[in-house]
Design a protein around this ligand. Sequence first.
Ligand SMILES: NC(=O)c1ccc[n+]([C@@H]2O[C@H](COP(=O)([O-])OP(=O)(O)OC[C@H]3O[C@@H](n4cnc5c(N)ncnc54)[C@H](O)[C@@H]3O)[C@@H](O)[C@H]2O)c1
Length: 333
Amino acid sequence: MNSAPLAAVTGAEGFIGSHLTEALVASGHRVRAMAQYNSFSSYGWLETLSKDVLEHVEIELGDVRDPGSVRALVEGADCVYHLAALIAIPYSYRAPHSYVDTNVTGTLNVLEAVRTLGTPRLVHTSTSETYGTALTVPITEDHPINTQSPYAASKAGGDRLADSYHASFGTPVVTLRPFNTYGPRQSMRAVIPSVIGQVAAGARTITLGDLRPTRDFTYVEDTAQAFLAVGTAEAAQVVGRTFNAGTGGETAVGDLVAMIGKLMDATIAVREDAQRVRPANSEVMRLVADATRLRGATGWKPAHELEQGLARTVDFFCDPANLARYKTDIYNI
Ligand SMILES: NC(=O)c1ccc[n+]([C@@H]2O[C@H](COP(=O)([O-])OP(=O)(O)OC[C@H]3O[C@@H](n4cnc5c(N)ncnc54)[C@H](O)[C@@H]3O)[C@@H](O)[C@H]2O)c1
C-alpha cells in the first residue's frame, strides 16, 4: 500500500492545475485529478505531463456541478485543492448562469463533500479580481470586495460559502487568492499568451484591449508553490484564513507589451480592438498584492522575476508543437 499523502485536485487539467499536479508529485504526493468530462476523453494539459509524473496521478473525468462525481474525487483524500472554475471575464458577460453553476454550486459541492467525508484540509481558490480596482495599494486581505464582473461575483460567492462552512461547521478550509498568474500552458484568453502567441505566429501588429490596467503578474510555478504552502502548513497557521499570492510588483499592459517585444526581438505595434475593451465600470484598473500574510504563515515567496518568467513563457510558445495547440488569429474568450 502506497503511504504517500493523497491530494485531490479539481481543474487539474487546466493551466494552474496542471502545474500544481506536477508540484504535488514532486513533493511526494499521489494525485487524484479531476478533468472535466468531455466527449473526446481529453485530459487537457495533463496529457502533456511526463510519464514520471503521471505514474503518480490517477485521472478521473467528472464535473464539479455534479455532487456525486465530486464526492468520488474527494473520498479518502488528505487534502483537496479546488481549482475548477469558469475563469474568463468576457465569457461571463455572455453566459453568467454557467458561472454561478460552476463557481458557486460547484464550490458548494466540494465543501459538502469535504464536510461530510471529514477531509482534513480543503484549499479553495479565489481570485484578486474579487477586490476590483484597488482602493489602496498594495492590496491586503482586508481590502473591500468589489465584484466588477459576473466572473468576480461568482468567485466571491464561492469564497463566502467557504468562509461560512468554516464558521458554521468548522470545515478546515483555506482560501488562496492568486493575483494574475502567467506561464506555459495558459490559454490565449489572458494577455501574456495573447501577445506572445500573436508575435510567435508572425504578427507584428497585434490586437489588444485597454493597455492602461496594471496587474501583479505572478509566475505559475510560484502560484503552484503557494497552493502547496497553504495545503501543507500547520493547520493553526492557515485554516479559516484567506491568503493573497502575488509578487507585489505592478506592470501596465502597455509596458508588458514592450517587455515582450524586447524579449522576442520584435517591434510590436498595437491596434486597440473594441470588442476586447471591457465596459468602463467592469474593467479592473489596478491590482497589486500584499502577500505579507502568506509569507508570515508559510514562508512562501515568489522565486521568479517577471523578465525570467516571461522568457520561459516565450520559450514555451515559440515551440511550434506548443503553438499549434492555440488559435492565435481569433479573439479567444
Ligand atoms: N489564471 C489566473 O491568473 C488566475 C488568477 C486568480 C485565480 N485563478 C483561479 O485559479 C483557478 C484555475 O484557473 P486557470 O487559470 O488554471 O484556468 P483554466 O481554465 O486553465 O482552469 C480551470 C479548469 O477548470 C475546469 N472546469 C471548468 N468547469 C468545470 C466543471 N464544471 N467541472 C470540472 N472542471 C471544470 C476546466 O476544464 C479547466 O481545466 C480558477 O479557480 C481561477 O478562478 C486564476
